[in-house]
Write a protein that binds this ligand. Sequence first.
Ligand code: PLP
Length: 374
Amino acid sequence: MTGDGTRAVRAGLPEPEACEAALPGPVFAAHYHLPGEAAGPYTYGRDTNPTWTRLEAAIGELESPDDPAHTVAFASGMAAISAVLFSHLRTGDAVVLPADGYQLLPAVRTRLESYGIEVRTAPTAGDAQLGVLDGARLLWIETPANPGLDVCDIRRLADAAHARGALVAVDNTLATPLGQRPLDLGADFSVASGTKALTGHGDVLLGYVSTRDAAQADAVRLWRKTVGAIPGPMESWLAHRSLATLALRVRQQAAGALALATALSERPEVTGLRHPGLPADPAHALAVRQMLPGRFGCVVSFALPDRAHAERFLTALTLVDNATSFGGVRSTAERRARWGGDAVPEGFIRFSVGVEDPEDLVADVVAALDAALG
Ligand SMILES: Cc1ncc(COP(=O)(O)O)c(C=O)c1O
């Protein structure tokens, strides 16, 4: 079996043809005007599209190399998350969501509850999910969690959930399929925002759901068709094109994140430093067990003493944009409390490491920390 960097270069591509592009261009037609009866898979553009088919095959191969997963691409990560939840939960069901996951989950919770679905929450770390699993239909976990970077044991939670008849979905946004393979660890769904590290250039919104179960994939696909949360052909094509460099980006970002976290660990004004690749991190041992070697993601989280200190730091950075989102080739950082959705201190910084040379990035951060001391 080839390495996943090698696989990513060719994943989902058709056999090469002389004088044809390696990745055929995006198919934009909304529907197909075929003479006679519609035949074959491509009839109407909300159902399926050849550009998605290739991308979905590629992601399915990366999420599950030994047994390619059924994959359904979406217009965004939120569309993918909603598709799993709303296609599988019914009135009277119970679901467990992370208490410290992506900041839109509380809005999802309100919507689920309005449909008569019981929502329980549990923090990512410490196996707290086990205490609220009984009778649940679905366990949703996000690991590493955004922005706090706690990690949970996918295998252990999946075994416990399955023993109680519950399905398990993992938000794999931060790790990407080259950093973590939730389906191999027992999850039923691997779900992600492709907007982040998967596509990596900060120019595409995309999401996907991967599962090995054809019926579960069909339910998710029907949800996509019903709400029409379909990915644009151009976005799908750009995403597929970006996969060839995923391994390079993931490795470089992880190396930069580790270098940055190591430098930050030496600063007295930095508290609450988290990065799963850092040996001193509370999640490191578990991350080593379940993530792919050296691929602990691009995010480093930490706190500066207060809001003003954090703002001085962000202003003093020269190689890092003060911007939200993460996973792009350019480093970005933001004071997360400005959005109000996460339970984080005012000086909390979520730092997304790009593909710059780690030594340049570390020098820039150290200079900005010095400047922020005033
Ligand atoms: C962990 C995680 N999951 C899902 C999402 C939602 O993705 P999208 O913005 O593509 O809808 C985000 C967005 O930041 C995220 O960080």
